[in-house]
Design a protein. Structure first.
Length: 198
């Protein structure tokens, strides 16, 4: 290969990377700002019940991470030789990873009823946990979610990016049994997101 060809290829790669940073960086920062400004502590009221959902900002970020690899894989179809296969495989793998996460932000919600916490997820709709059965509330730092566990061992996971965490914290402190693991987790849930509520 002539040296000039390699120089042009490197120049194109640098320009492509710079364009990606200039476009993707600010877009991601804007979406993260929307995510944190859309956090509400009280959730949404529906028929006297409080419903916790992912807000618009969280859904935008999940859609961004779902569609960006697909877009670059589609754009890579014009690439010559084996690079095309690599980018298509990367896009397919990204869909496998980001797809379920994006689905969770669109279809998962929690309902705070008088007698129970109800989780409606994509594949486990209507999972009920009575307030009196709750034995612990833990925060998983690596996954950014809370794990609410019942005395029978069942678990409900609550994303740290859902609206209404303050309402859930208050409900746990008011309705769940008074045990140290429940109180500690519920207080963490209420205090963690309080500064974001404005």
């Amino acid at each position: 290969m002539p040296l000039e060809f390699l120089i042009h290829q490197d120049l194109y790669a640098v320009l492509f990377a710079a364009l990606t940073l200039v476009v993707v960086g600010p877009a991601l920062m804007l979406m993260l700002r929307v995510v944190f400004s859309s956090q509400t502590g009280l959730g949404r009221k529906e028929g006297g019940r409080t419903v916790l959902t992912h807000m618009t900002g969280t859904r935008l970020v999940s859609a961004f991470f779902l569609l960006t690899p697909v877009f670059w894989s589609w754009a890579a179809l014009a690439a010559p030789d084996q690079r095309r296969v690599f980018f298509i495989a990367f896009g397919a793998f990204s869909l496998l990873v980001a797809g379920p996460m994006a689905a969770a932000t669109f279809w998962h919600n929690l309902v705070l009823e008088d007698d129970a916490l109800v989780s409606n997820a994509l594949f486990s709709a209507g999972r009920r946990m009575a307030w009196s059965e709750i034995v612990s509330v833990r925060f998983n730092e690596s996954m950014l979610w809370y794990v609410i566990e019942s005395s029978s061992g069942r678990r409900i996971r609550v994303s740290g990016f859902m609206s209404g965490l303050q309402a859930l914290s208050d409900a746990l402190l008011e309705r769940a049994p008074e045990s140290d693991p429940v109180r500690k987790g519920a207080r963490h849930m209420g205090a963690r997101w309080r500064p974001l509520l404005g």
